[in-house]
Ligand binder design. Sequence first.
Ligand SMILES: CC(C)(COP(=O)(O)OP(=O)(O)OC[C@H]1O[C@@H](n2cnc3c(N)ncnc32)[C@H](O)[C@@H]1OP(=O)(O)O)[C@@H](O)C(=O)NCCC(=O)NCCS
Length: 154
Amino acid sequence: MAGDDVDAITALLIAFDPMRGDRPPSTRDDAVDWIEWQERNYAEHDFGLWVVETRDGALVGDCGLTVQDVEGTPHVEVGYHLLPQARRRGYATEAARAVRDCAAAHGIEHLVAIIRPDNHPSQGVARNLGMQLERTAHVHGTDALVFGTWLAHP
Ligand SMILES: CC(C)(COP(=O)(O)OP(=O)(O)OC[C@H]1O[C@@H](n2cnc3c(N)ncnc32)[C@H](O)[C@@H]1OP(=O)(O)O)[C@@H](O)C(=O)NCCC(=O)NCCS
């Protein structure tokens, strides 16, 4: 993900906004912040959210790894967000499986997905990754389900 993805990332954040509650919709400035967050992630962790493209090069979402605080403990999370017109085609599962395998190959032992209880599509992706519900937690000011899996190392 890089600065010239800002238009597509703006559309992605407008479509996906579960944390915003009553706040106004995402803006281009939020997309700039999102991209800069990934640039910091790449520099600090050597991972972050990467863009998901179709074979013709159209950006349809993002998927990757971030570090998330779960009640005081850092966890590596697989995250995924797709534009509405790209959903329900298995793209999130395909991308997230590749990210899970990349995480395993680089020595990450445990992977989580932090999901709101009403986000059934996201829970479907987590289950497709072999994740199971490990616990509930209060994350980003709301109740969440923490799905997780231990990764086998090649
Ligand atoms: C979550 C999201 C990335 C799923 O993307 P997707 O490409 O449509 O997911 P997939 O096609 O890989 O489907 C994954 C599973 O979830 C299920 N699923 C997908 N959409 C669903 C829906 N609307 N309702 C119920 N189940 C759904 C599918 O049945 C599939 O299971 P299956 O393989 O057993 O059939 C997409 O809905 C999205 O971008 N949502 C907004 C962003 C978001 O919530 N991200 C996760 C934050 S925790």
